[in-house]
Ligand binder design. Sequence first.
Ligand code: ZN
Ligand code: ZN
Length: 236
Amino acid sequence: MWHDDNDDIMKLYNIINVHEFDTPLPAACPVCGIKSGHIYMHRYDEEDHGGLWVWCSNCHNFSHSSFKVPDWWRNLSLFTIFDLHAVPDNLDEQAKYIDDFVNKLIAIKDDKKAKATTTTDIPCEKCGTNMINPYSGSMGLTCPNCGWGWVTSYYDPIVRDTTEYQITLLEGNNTSTETIRAINQVSRRNLIKSKQLIESAPQVIFKGDAPEVHDMKEILDKEAVLYRIEPDYPYD
Ligand SMILES: [Zn+2]
Ligand SMILES: [Zn+2]
């Protein structure tokens, strides 16, 4: 049912580096041409040893190899090392979820790279700041200062993210004043209700977009609160 004897499927990996849109996945399969090509990696240790899977949901060609995972990669919470084997059958069951997450990781990586390395010598006509090339050469130049350029608008990936995230308070949090205050700020419930949320966890305490969740995450991380964000949240 799954075939790993066609090396062309490995070309799917290239879209990590060369792609026209900021949502490159699912990608056109190099074997059958249908837009059902996927990529997943999983980091096994802190030295970035890991595995790489590329596969097509349509023609079921795949390739799996050991791999040095790039530093921008983040594992999904859906899988542990024990859930993953060479054949991508359980990955394929979550292909849509994986694609959404990997598209975000790629956008974040591209954005960081653009800000760090793709500054050009071409000054912005409006403000004189050197233009950048934010999309790996495919969509023209933009000004990182005033936004003028051949890209109509330039926003950080976190601002472009349209996902609604949900923060769930996990069991095992203490009921110190600091923790209760943090939950109070995030859940917008009063202090008594916030304490009850901690005692009755797991409880959903916040729903919002990526930038809102980022603010809430800072409040919770400061007090080392135990929580989970769904779907997987790719921003630092
Ligand atoms: Zn295919
Ligand atoms: Zn400018």
